[in-house]
Design a protein around this ligand. Structure first.
Ligand code: GRG
Length: 334
């Protein structure tokens, strides 16, 4: 991917947010990401730059930057804000490298994964390197931010482990699902918002509300992603429908449908390695049970909570930007 298209992915989020200062911070984050990743010559930097160059929406740096402005009135070029936002994207990126090994994924961000292009070994080590670079940036921001980042990495791992321990589990509960996504997705979005507010000198109450907003948005984000896996437009998502069902990952709509499956129709379709026909029939069953609608309703409730939390902050351009960003997340399934 060319540097021009790199700027486009950062620009896409800034455009939805409709807030010029955000584009400025995201531009600086982009430079910092490349600087930090290039620190070790050879295959480590090459592999670590692979997914970075492939794009991505940069949602987590955007959240950090917007809360730095909203909670602390930070300047968009504030180096601490840029480093906090960069560290969040590096943790996200590192987790994607490891996730692609766990899932044996072939493509990510429209390009071959590092595990496919090089090997599992290179992907795990490059992921480790990204986490190390993130930790170093956080340490430069002080003990508080370093602690937040370390805690977040632990939560990502916990969420992933909980998900893996319930693969192909027809009796998994929606409570377990909510715990999985709180760990694997919401925790990092919450920490991105928290770190932005923290390094900008926001009050304790503002830092706590920022984190809660990110947790809620992360929950919405993952529920929407999971709904799109079942009923999304394949051209839009770039993925085949029902990948989660094939992998035995039963998300909110599926778990709701499994709870209303008196004849075991869905259970019988959700076998260890379902055929394309079984996946299609399972999706029809899940939609018919009202599981998808239920999940969209849960996402909408959590979105309302996001709006309520933003109401605690003063009316400022960054607040409007966050409102637009959270609506955009849910509008992908409406
Ligand atoms: C060692 C940090 C670490 C983690 C290991 C593998 C694992 C444990 C955790 C995986 C966590 C994971 C992949 C959660 C899903 C998060 C998610 C919603 C990814 C997609 O995010 P987008 O849409 O992606 O923001 P882009 O590509 O736009 O950045």
């Amino acid at each position: 991917m060319t540097p021009a298209s790199r700027t486009e992915s950062a620009a896409a989020v800034a455009e939805v947010a409709g807030y010029g200062d955000l584009a400025l911070t995201l531009g600086l984050v982009e430079e910092r990401l490349h600087e930090v990743v290039a620190a070790r010559p050879g295959i480590l930097s090459e592999a670590a730059a692979h997914l970075l160059d492939a794009g991505g929406k940069r949602v987590r740096p955007a959240l950090a930057a917007l809360f730095a402005s909203l909670a602390g009135g930070a300047d968009p070029a504030n180096p601490a804000v840029v480093d906090a936002a960069t560290a969040c994207e590096l943790v996200h990126l590192g987790s994607l490298y490891h996730d692609d090994v766990v899932d044996e994924a072939g493509t990510r961000r429209g390009v071959p994964t590092v595990n496919t292009h090089w090997s599992n070994t290179v992907a795990v080590l490059a992921g480790d390197y990204l986490l190390a670079q993130a930790s170093q940036l956080a340490a430069g921001l002080g003990a508080g931010p370093a602690e937040v980042l370390a805690w977040t990495i632990g939560r990502l791992v916990e969420g992933e482990v909980l998900e893996l321990s319930h693969l192909h589990d027809h009796d998994c509960t929606t409570g377990v699902y909510m715990d999985v996504i709180a760990g694997k997705t919401a925790s990092l979005m919450g920490s991105a918002c928290k770190l932005g507010a923290m390094v900008a000198g926001g009050s304790g109450a503002a830092v706590a509300s920022a984190q809660e907003y990110g947790n809620e948005l992360g929950t919405v984000f993952q529920i929407v992603d999971d709904v799109l896996d079942l009923v999304g437009d394949e051209k839009q998502t770039g993925k085949r429908r029902g990948v989660d069902l094939c992998e035995g990952v039963y998300t909110l709509p599926t778990l709701v449908a499994l709870g209303h499956d008196p004849d075991d129709t869905l259970r019988k379709l959700l076998v260890a390695a379902p055929s394309e026909e079984q996946v299609e029939a399972a999706i029809v069953c899940i939609v018919g049970s009202g599981g998808v609608e239920f999940a969209i309703d849960v996402a909408a409730e959590r979105l309302a909570r996001c709006d309520a939390l933003l109401g605690l902050f003063p009316d400022a351009p960054a607040r409007g930007a966050l409102q637009r960003l959270s609506r955009y997340v849910v509008d992908r399934v409406r």
